[in-house]
Design a protein around this ligand. Structure first.
Ligand code: CMC
Length: 370
């Protein structure tokens, strides 16, 4: 058996392992579609509507979105025992670790814990989408010795998150930006964390367990953790004039420039294109060009050194300008990956449901070598 000739694709590059109706990527043309809709055309919708589209496969009509948003708003609060768990966390951890612990604990409190039917999973999934922002904001405030802010049912998913995090209502552009960030983060075909949720679901384990797999996988710096790494790089560079030298040092030391490169896109990531425009807009509104200028200088240097001189397709990915936007929204690096998870959870739920609907255990092979 060990002598069998098999082709091994390290990192499963370009390996197709399943069919999905949830999203598609054209990595050459730089196109991303959710359920057949180009992401550019979804930005006018609310995150609620986009999460409905991902999970239910259609853009909701007025009656559907009104019922769904009502339920999401109703589920936003977290019980006292979940708040107690947050108080027991080590405050030096990333919010992502607290979120993972809370999802694990939340499973114990969920009235549908032992119901793995489609309807039970929809109810559990809706609660997860609703409560992610509340958990992240509450952990941030507890860690900073501040009172927790209760959710405001008059605010959208994104605006309410910023409100619970900062204690004041966000401006119109800030609310637009965080909503767009959640939409752009929501889904991305068979990215590593989504794959891990499907692997877990394929054993017929429960929804919360699959989501915990997703959170654990998203956290790594080669995946969603890149968002935190970009924020730390922006801080380290601190003035636009130092960006070029910083990037040249990384390249000469054969280190990665975080927020650049992608397994599938060999062109500009369409999400980064949108986030870049939004980052420019907020920099102008806040009369604070520094972070945007640092980002531009990083991008220009990577483009000159890696794309033009070495012919490598290393362009900004979704995490790069998202991190710049977070700087302007007063989202700290320790929060960055968990904010990504707030957006991504609806994509995970859609994939877990798709896996359950036509399941076969995911179990690849490894070739034994001496
Ligand atoms: N900076 C410098 N060089 C890079 C980078 C980068 N960010 N990314 C890839 N390369 C180079 C790499 O050194 C290699 O060069 P060579 O062929 O000369 O050895 C070549 O490009 C191919 O790299 P690879 O590691 O084989 O590519 P991959 O498809 O396995 O990796 C990646 C994809 C995302 C892990 C990688 O681009 C990377 O490490 N980027 C930085 C971390 C990051 O931003 N991650 C977020 C990914 S996208 C959004 C998300 O999932 O959250």
């Amino acid at each position: 058996m060990g002598d069998r000739v098999v082709e091994i694709k390290k990192g499963l590059e370009d390996v197709f392992v399943l069919e999905t109706k949830i999203s598609s990527i054209d990595g050459i043309k730089g196109i991303l579609e959710y359920r057949g809709f180009n992401i550019h055309d979804l930005l006018h919708l609310s995150y609620d509507a986009v999460s409905y589209l991902l999970i239910h496969g259609k853009i909701p009509d007025e009656k559907e979105i009104s019922a769904y948003s009502h339920q999401l708003k109703k589920d936003r609060g977290i019980p006292e025992e979940m708040i107690r768990v947050l108080h027991t966390c080590n405050f030096n951890i990333e919010a992502m670790d607290a979120l993972r612990t809370e999802v694990s604990y939340m499973a114990h409190c969920d009235p549908d814990m032992n119901d793995n039917s489609y309807d039970g999973n929809i109810r559990k999934g809706t609660r997860l989408i609703s409560k992610f922002p509340t958990i992240v904001a509450a952990f941030h405030r507890i860690r900073n010795n501040q009172e927790i802010v209760a959710p405001d049912p008059h605010l959208s998913h994104g605006a309410n998150f910023l409100y619970m995090l900062r204690g004041t209502r966000p401006g119109e552009l800030e609310a637009e930006l965080i909503e767009a960030d959640f939409i752009l983060s929501a889904e991305h075909e068979l990215n590593t964390s989504t794959f891990s949720t499907r692997v877990t679901a394929s054993t017929l384990s429960d929804l919360h367990s699959a989501i915990i797999s997703g959170l654990s996988t998203l956290k790594g710096p080669l995946h969603g953790g890149a968002r935190m790494a970009v924020m730390e790089m922006l801080d380290e560079i601190s003035v636009p004039e130092h960006a070029e030298e910083h990037v040249l040092n990384l390249i000469s030391n054969k280190q990665r420039v975080m927020g650049f490169g992608h397994r599938v896109y060999k062109t500009y990531d369409p999400r980064a294109k949108i986030s870049k425009e939004l980052a420019k807009k907020i920099a102008e509104e806040k009369h604070e060009q520094k972070w945007y200028e640092i980002a531009q200088n990083i991008e220009n240097t990577v483009n000159r050194e890696l794309v033009e001189k070495r012919g490598k397709p290393i362009y900004p990915n979704v995490d790069f300008y998202a991190a710049v936007i977070y700087r302007y929204l007063e989202i700290t690096p320790q929060l960055a990956t968990s904010v990504f998870a707030i957006g991504r959870v609806s994509g995970w739920i859609a994939h877990i449901l798709e896996q359950y609907a036509d399941n076969r255990l995911i179990r690849p092979r490894a070739k034994f070598v001496r």
